[in-house]
Design a protein. Structure first.
Length: 422
């Protein structure tokens, strides 16, 4: 079979600036006479549909704006490229929770879920949303709307349950996405140059606290051909050799979408001829079905001993279902009113729970119950002493709040009119 190079654009932190990212890629296509097949975003996508979504976006008030995603949600614009993204630490978390298992946030824009694997053509793309915080890692997904001041931060913290599911993947992964970097990735690149650009990283690198321990474990387990990250607002490349003469992972972290910042990279991957479309991954659906019975929707840790593993039988069951229905994800459905810039600003009142029809259809397809809005008292049985929010060990530097403040200083030195660096 004739093979071609699939062109994939990789973007760091989107921060809701879809218009500028898409415009940059369209310009590239024109001047380089090429065709981009897919855009991948490594988090902080900010799929904010209306003013109420801003209430679950953990950013400082001065950064709390509608930006441009709402145009794609409302249908005013359509994404010019198929787009796949994971969540970061600055997200409309209420929206993404509706699509915990993944789904369309707008036509042609697909959220990979809190953890997930999909196929694009014959390329397998996996990802883990959120950032690592040790104090929440072993808890379940207990947060419920309306989020309090603690929940709005913890909801995007990576959980052991999602990492454990990803660690079950056996078939090769071509591309993996995480928002924060795998712990120790700086050992495999030019860390001296990184520290010259970001001197405040030096202590964390020396203390081995820069990055996510679960992401590092997944990197070692999955050994994907490519791993892309964002979060720390800089470009950094590394090459990870897995054992002697073993597989190699090409790692790249990218910046956020700003003039003069290195926020985009085009890669080429050998693939089968198109047309390409996003499809469910059979192995991942089987893993999801196997582990959903122990999905922790309270603060209690998942008990994996309760999972009866018979992956071969489950794979066959999923395969039969996909042969009957097909592997295309369920269609996009709007679940809340669209933003109208001509109307007065909303009072930001809590609008209640939304069950996304995509998620309902997905769970019905896998014959699984819908439990995302279980709101028992147990879900909030969380002891929140001041000490419980002081991270110990890995990930002790609070990038949630500090990175943006540090970036403000760095941005003062950037030339705002400089062309985008690719």
């Amino acid at each position: 079979m004739h093979r071609l190079d699939m062109k994939i654009a990789v973007e760091g932190c989107m921060h809701g600036d879809l218009d500028n990212v898409y415009a940059t890629l369209l310009h590239l296509q024109e001047v380089e006479n090429t065709k981009i097949d897919l855009l991948i975003c490594c988090g902080d996508f900010q799929a904010v549909r209306n003013e109420n979504d801003l209430e679950s976006l953990n950013v400082k008030p001065k950064y709390r704006s509608m930006n441009s995603f709402w145009k794609y949600y409302s249908g005013e614009k359509v994404a010019p490229f198929p787009t796949i993204f994971i969540g970061g630490n600055h997200e409309a978390s209420n929206h993404l929770w509706e699509l915990y298992y993944g789904g369309w946030v707008a036509p042609n824009i697909y959220f990979l879920g809190f953890a997930g694997v999909v196929k694009f053509g014959n390329i397998r793309i996996g990802g883990l949303s959120g950032i690592y915080k040790a104090q929440h890692y072993h808890l379940g997904h207990y947060e419920r709307l309306p989020y309090n001041e603690n929940d709005i931060r913890s909801i995007y913290h990576v959980r052991e349950y999602d990492v454990h599911k990803l660690s079950q993947v056996e078939e090769p992964i071509d591309i993996f996405l995480s928002h924060d970097w795998p712990l120790g990735i700086t050992d495999h690149g030019n860390s001296k140059e990184l520290v010259r650009y970001k001197p405040f990283f030096k202590q964390e690198i020396q203390e081995r606290t820069l990055g996510s321990k679960p992401a590092a474990e997944l990197l070692e387990k999955l050994k994907p051909a490519y791993w892309f990250s964002a979060h720390l607002h800089c470009k950094f490349a590394a090459l990870v050799q897995h054992g002697e003469a073993g597989m190699v992972t090409k790692f790249l972290a990218l910046d956020k979408c700003l003039p003069g910042r290195r926020f985009l990279q085009i890669i080429e991957i050998e693939s089968e001829p198109g047309p390409y479309e996003i499809q469910y991954d059979e192995e991942w659906l089987a893993i999801t079905r196997q582990f959903n019975p122990v999905f922790p929707v309270t603060n209690r840790r998942a008990y994996f001993g309760g999972v009866q593993l018979n992956m071969q039988e489950c794979r066959q069951w999923v395969s039969n279902k996909l042969q009957t229905r097909g592997a295309k994800p369920f269609e996009f459905v709007r679940t809340v009113p669209c933003y109208d810039p001509s109307q007065s600003v909303s009072n930001g009142s809590f609008m209640g729970y939304s069950r996304n029809p995509q998620t309902e259809a997905f769970l019905q397809f896998l014959e699984l119950p819908y439990i995302l809005d279980n709101n028992t008292s147990e879900s909030r049985e969380q002891t929140r002493s001041p000490a419980s929010f002081v991270s110990t060990g890995v990930g002790s530097f609070d990038h949630d709040s500090d990175v943006d403040e540090i970036e403000e200083l760095a941005e003062a030195h950037d030339a705002e009119t400089q062309e985008e660096i690719l």
